[in-house]
Design a protein around this ligand. Structure first.
Ligand SMILES: *Cc1c(COP(=O)(O)O)cnc(C)c1O
Length: 341
């Protein structure tokens, strides 16, 4: 059975146009000169979606919003950090589909500036009409969301709680589907991608892609992730668990072990949402050579890892590398002090 037949079993609310384009970053290749080592660099533009500014969370939300509706929910409570892209896109998806939206935003990053707490995604959350709860440092977002869901139930409505990053097994189906999309585009372009480079945050994008690749019979180890949130060991174990939950959900017998996945820790720096010099360089390099925006928390760090791998020769000469651009541009506004020159 084809993977899209498996996925068609699940309700889905269309929030984006597919496929997103795959484009060659030839100006960046040129700018790298001798450092490029003959590597071809391609970008899958998952930042290029019309709704709510776009980004990787819309793929998960296509399945999560449909799940909420199928359960008779009229409100979505989404959990994230203050500058959560998932929260912003959940708010946009709710606006578009006529659901109420509450956002529970936890203090996951030690940044207290007015800019970080109010600009970027938080500004957009409010414009999208979400009811925003910004928690104090140390407050538990899951306990808060559960309490709100109970209050909403007591008032006669029904809330769907969407966990951090939307990385439930159902949410991960969005990137299992994307693995199939990439396989089709790869066949059309006549290019085998030797490596697919991504950030790993809550791990749902990685888990979905790896599960989708396992289902399409290609090797999940082709995905190279740079963790931006958890230490490598935790990320490997957590992501493998998610992969297997997705495989179980679609009634596949296949299972993966942490050793089947590739996650590197070189770009984590001081931790989640903490800028690194390599991230700043990657954001500027891609901006200046391609006119494209990476984000400071996820794609900027993963692209920094890709640039380091190209320059060090860790990627074999002549390899074709596909970088998934995941969006997150509003985060740049929350980090304007870090980028000031
Ligand atoms: C959430 C996010 C990621 C990481 O996806 P996970 O499924 O949480 O690992 C990458 N890039 C951006 C811009 C994101 O918002």
């Amino acid at each position: 059975m084809q993977i899209h037949d498996l996925l068609n079993e699940f309700p889905r609310t269309r929030l984006m146009e597919q496929p997103t384009p795959i484009q060659r970053l030839d100006r960046l290749e040129e700018a790298l000169g001798d450092q490029r080592n003959g590597v071809s660099i391609w970008a899958k533009r998952d930042d290029l979606m019309a709704l709510g500014g776009g980004g990787n969370k819309l793929r998960k939300l296509e399945f999560l919003i449909a799940q909420a509706k199928s359960q008779g929910c009229d409100t979505v409570i989404a959990i994230g950090g203050v500058q959560s892209n998932f929260a912003r896109l959940a708010a946009a998806a709710c606006a578009k589909t006529g659901l109420g939206c509450e956002l529970v935003l936890a203090q996951m990053v030690p940044r207290d500036s007015e800019i970080y707490q109010r600009n970027g995604n938080v500004l957009l959350d409010q414009l999208l009409g979400a009811h925003v709860h910004v928690l104090a440092r140390g407050e538990d977002p899951i306990a808060f969301a559960t309490r709100r869901a109970d209050e909403i139930a007591a008032s006669g409505s029904k809330a769907f709680v969407a966990t951090l990053g939307g990385s439930t097994p159902v949410g991960c189906l969005g990137y299992a589907d994307c693995a199939f999309e990439i396989a089709m585009q790869s066949a059309e372009l006549g290019i085998e991608f030797d490596q697919i480079v991504i950030p790993n945050g809550s791990g749902g994008m990685h888990a979905g892609l790896a599960a989708g690749m396992a289902l399409t019979g290609s090797s999940p180890s082709r995905v190279k992730a740079f963790t931006v949130l958890s230490p490598v060991e935790t990320a490997l174990v957590g992501t493998a668990e998610k992969v297997n939950a997705v495989l179980e959900l679609v009634s596949s017998e296949t299972r993966l072990a942490p050793a089947d996945l590739t996650i590197h820790g070189s770009q984590l720096g001081a931790g989640y949402g903490m800028p690194t010099p390599a991230m700043l360089e990657a954001v500027r390099t891609v901006g200046r050579s391609e006119g494209l925006f990476l984000d400071p928390v996820y794609s900027g760090k993963a692209f920094a890892g890709l640039l380091a791998d190209i320059r060090s020769g860790a990627i074999p000469p002549r390899a074709n590398v596909l970088f998934i651009m995941t969006g997150g541009v509003p985060g740049l506004y929350a980090y304007q002090d870090v980028f000031r020159e």
